[in-house]
Design a protein around this ligand. Structure first.
Ligand code: HEC
Length: 422
């Protein structure tokens, strides 16, 4: 059997929106003047920064939160979700790591929203409204250098579980291509749960069982921020490769046709820092029926000094929590990422604020827990023993991460001069 990786690289980064919002937001979220905060003056800027990227027409959230009229009926629910920290969605434990795409709001922002709802959710003076933030329509990465589309439409049935669908498109690349940006776009937003793009190299490389991460180019969930490589780094697609779409569809109640696409941007020049996607993963586990906290561990040992650019835990519906730990050659150990309440619906790429430096010989361990009991409302069948499989009613244990190898010459200031001169 050929293992197809189901790494779902959802780009939930928020940087773009934050940058836009920052211009209009500074210093406006003040609730301290004694008067109850108003939507126009205090809340709209907070929503622009934290909510509207998803809560606007044509995006993944169920309702738009752009105007007072749209927001008002949701005030109670907004208070509950915001105070309960369910919205904006963010699942990493703040005690470990610092993330560039952290979506958490400040305590002050949360308090301001609560105070506004408690004060009757007034509109205030519409003249105080900040200008509506400008969102990029069309490609967020700018015009792609190339666009691949599913070769045909797929008809998603009105209901039932749909097996992952695979569509292969030849890249027709006659030379190796370095990819600096990638964005997948859903043909039909209401049925596309996620799109995984992977690459099958000529001769079958790129999706061997030996390394589940190999061949994975990335993926995304509609509405999320696309992949944009740090300067000097890129992902590599070899000449002659095929591009494979792995489509996870969730029926929406009515039959829907989809034909999704992916756009890529190329590096202008060859790049020496090639990003490798790999995973600390396991495929031999069995989760017993009814087990409420079944642990599965995996590990990976760094063969070079590396820099980790992102982490992406991936499990399915029984996934409960996920943790990455590094044990360094000197015996020190550190938690890199902890996701205490994993949610299959929110597959997230965690981008560290600074790439994580991992010396050669470091063991990266991943630890997952699964809830196969009837107390897990998402569990499709608590009566079944579950093992590895690519369908959502089977399980996965993939601790994906993207890394680059640190070149010897800039590893350490203490390197011998010979090494330095190379
Ligand atoms: C990354 C996208 C995203 C962001 C950012 C986001 N939401 Fe949501 N929100 C969703 C989605 C999708 C749902 C639907 C439920 C789900 O999938 O969890 C939702 C659901 C909700 C609901 C519940 C709606 C219902 O049907 O009961 C509320 C209320 C809400 N969001 C408010 C907010 C507020 C307020 C903010 C900002 C402070 C925010 N959200 C930020 C995507 C987002």
């Amino acid at each position: 059997m050929r293992i197809r990786s189901t790494g779902v690289m959802f780009f939930c980064g928020f940087a773009v929106i934050m940058m836009i919002a920052a211009n209009i937001n500074d210093g406006r979220a003040k609730a301290s003047s004694g008067a109850a905060p108003t939507f126009s003056k205090d809340i709209a800027p907070i929503f622009a920064k934290n909510c509207m990227s998803c809560h606007r027409p044509g995006e993944i959230a169920p309702m738009s939160l752009m105007t007072y009229k749209e927001v008002r009926p949701w005030a109670r629910s907004i208070r509950e979700k915001v105070v309960g920290k369910e919205m904006p969605p963010w699942h990493a434990d703040p005690n470990y790591g610092e993330w560039a795409n952290d979506r958490r709001m400040t305590d002050k922002e949360i308090e301001t929203i609560a105070a506004w709802v408690d004060g009757g959710a007034p509109e205030g003076n519409p003249k105080d409204m900040p200008p509506a933030p400008k969102f990029t329509t069309g490609w967020q990465i700018g015009d792609p250098d190339i666009i691949f589309q599913m070769p045909e439409e797929y008809t998603v049935p009105a209901e039932g579980a749909v097996a992952y669908q695979y569509f292969t498109v030849p890249s027709n690349f006659t030379e190796d291509k370095y990819i600096v940006a990638m964005e997948a776009r859903a043909g039909a937003l209401d049925v596309v749960h996620h799109i995984v793009i992977y690459v099958r190299e000529p001769g079958g490389g790129g999706s061997q069982r030996g390394d589940i991460g190999a061949g994975l180019l990335g993926a995304l969930s509609p509405g999320m921020t696309p992949f944009i490589a740090q300067p000097g780094t890129a992902k590599l697609i070899k000449a002659g490769s095929n591009i494979v779409f792995q489509m996870h569809y969730t029926p929406s109640g009515k039959e829907t046709k989809d034909r999704s696409l992916v756009g890529l941007k190329f590096a202008k020049a060859p790049v020496d820092q090639v990003i490798t996607t790999t995973a600390a993963w396991d495929a031999r586990f069995t989760i017993p029926p009814g087990a409420a906290n079944h642990e599965v561990k995996a590990s990976w040992v760094a063969q070079d000094d590396i820099l980790i650019w992102s982490l992406m835990p991936h499990m399915h519906l029984r996934g409960k929590d996920y943790l990455y730990r590094a044990t360094y050659p000197d015996g020190r150990s550190e938690i890199l990422l902890s996701v205490p309440r994993y949610d299959f619906g929110w597959q997230v790429y965690y981008y560290p604020k600074k790439p994580i430096r991992i010396p050669k010989g470091t063991k990266i361990e991943t630890i997952a827990h699964y809830d196969n009991s009837s107390r897990n409302p998402q569990n499709p069948d608590p009566g079944r023993a579950v093992g590895f499989g690519e369908q959502t009613w089977e399980e996965m244990m993939n601790g994906f991460f993207d890394y680059t190898v640190v070149k010897k010459s800039n590893t350490r200031a203490t390197a011998s001069s010979g090494e330095f001169l190379k």
